[in-house]
Design a protein around this ligand. Structure first.
Ligand SMILES: Nc1ncnc2c1ncn2[C@@H]1O[C@H](COP(=O)(O)OP(=O)(O)OP(=O)(O)O)[C@@H](O)[C@H]1O
Ligand SMILES: [Mg+2]
Length: 357
């Protein structure tokens, strides 16, 4: 039995559907991210789990218990809001202690648990400071300690790192995941940052316009996006129109430009053309006779460890990402011959909108 189960969870404001039929099962100890663009219903979903937003339809089960209509304080979940919501007039340790006082934990145990929680987030030395005397990353850790000190069955994080600069954000992602593994708390994190979701999560729920369009492990989601939206929101994607030359169960023959290739698929296509997705790092340079496409470098961007090229071809612009091996990159205007492995070619389902679990 899954630890947290969302069944057909929906939220309507008037006739606007903010969240529609979310089905999700989360195992104990799992780290799951809700990933999607602004306004797709991530916070609304999280707030329904927390109990601050009443569901319009569907159920929420925690360890088999229906909590759909329970008050937030009865659910006892740990929450870190985007703004951290620390009490400015209380010290770090008083902020962390707050949840224990609300639960009437006795003073001795409370002191011990606050100390442990602060040690977990490496803030022992900051116990007597006020939030205004801390950096963004330190405040974020206080918020985390405050959520974890009550030993919640589930930790809910809403864009917990959005206030941090890029470097600190990366460090906190690693630290947060380490802490989560150590304490083993089942965690649901909201983010609109695909790299954050892919690097931190056991599974990612990709949301679009209130729906879960794909639920899967990070690598599967990246390698096998179900539709155009997921392919472009999770990483960069080259989307090309291919002619369907033949089909047989499990396989399809495609023509792209002048080249034909055979691709594995479990989808049956009933149109003469289909959209295929190839990730930029799967595009390789090759000799002209091995080329699937040839083109001209239209622009190049240096990313430090990699180069990102935009290459103009007869099938449209192709993005290619190649490692920086310390050599000068291709020049703008240079002719290049390109290919990619058939195994890196994904057929997208044009019509798939429903959750794919
Ligand atoms: N109280 C409300 N009344 C009416 N509409 C609302 C209300 N709260 C949220 N919405 C709408 O529901 C949709 C989903 O909002 P939500 O806050 O869940 O988005 P989000 O995915 O968290 O976006 P962001 O990344 O910008 O935080 C939005 O279009 C929003 O305007
Ligand atoms: Mg939000």
């Amino acid at each position: 039995m899954s630890f947290l189960k969302l069944e057909n969870l929906s939220k309507q404001y008037g006739d606007f559907h903010a969240v529609t039929n979310i089905d999700l099962s989360v195992e104990q100890g799992e780290f799951v991210s809700l990933l999607g663009p602004s306004g797709c219903g991530k916070t609304t979903t999280l707030q329904m789990i927390a109990g601050f937003v009443e569901a319009s339809a569907g159920r929420i089960l925690l360890n088999g218990r229906d909590i759909t209509h329970e008050k937030p304080n009865r659910r006892g979940l740990g929450i870190v809001f985007q703004s951290y919501a620390l009490f400015p007039h209380m010290t770090v340790s008083d902020n962390v202690r707050f949840g224990l006082e609300m639960r009437h934990v006795d003073a001795k145990e409370s002191a011990q648990r606050v100390e442990q929680a602060l040690a977990l987030v490496h803030l022992e030395k900051f116990a007597h400071r006020y939030p205004r005397e801390l950096s963004g990353g330190q405040r974020q850790r206080v918020a985390l300690a405050r959520a974890l000190v009550i030993e919640p069955p589930i930790l809910l994080l809403d864009e917990p790192m959005s206030n941090l600069d890029a470097k600190l954000r990366e460090e906190m992602q690693i630290e947060l995941r380490d802490i989560q593994r150590k304490v083993g708390t089942t965690t649901i994190m909201v983010t609109h940052d695909q790299a954050e979701a892919l690097s931190m999560s056991d599974r990612v729920v990709v949301m679009e316009a209130g729906r879960a369009v794909q639920i899967g492990k990070p690598l599967d989601t990246y390698e096998n996006p179900v539709n155009r939206f997921v392919s472009q929101f999770v990483g960069k994607a080259n989307l090309l129109e291919a002619d369907i030359v033949w089909q047989r169960p499990g396989k399809v023959g495609l023509r792209i430009g002048q080249h034909e290739l055979e691709v594995d698929t479990d989808t049956t296509i009933d149109t003469p053309q289909a959209t295929i997705c190839i990730r930029p790092e799967k595009i390789e340079r090759c000799s002209t006779q091995d080329a699937m496409l040839t083109g001209e470098v239209a622009s190049c961007f240096f990313l430090g460890n990699q180069w990102l090229y935009r290459i103009r071809t007869e099938c449209g612009d192709i993005l290619a990402i190649w490692q920086n091996d310390g050599q000068t990159a291709c020049q703008q205007g240079q002719s290049v011959a390109l290919r990619w492995p058939a195994s890196a070619t994904r057929l997208l389902n044009a019509t798939l909108q429903e959750a794919h679990v």
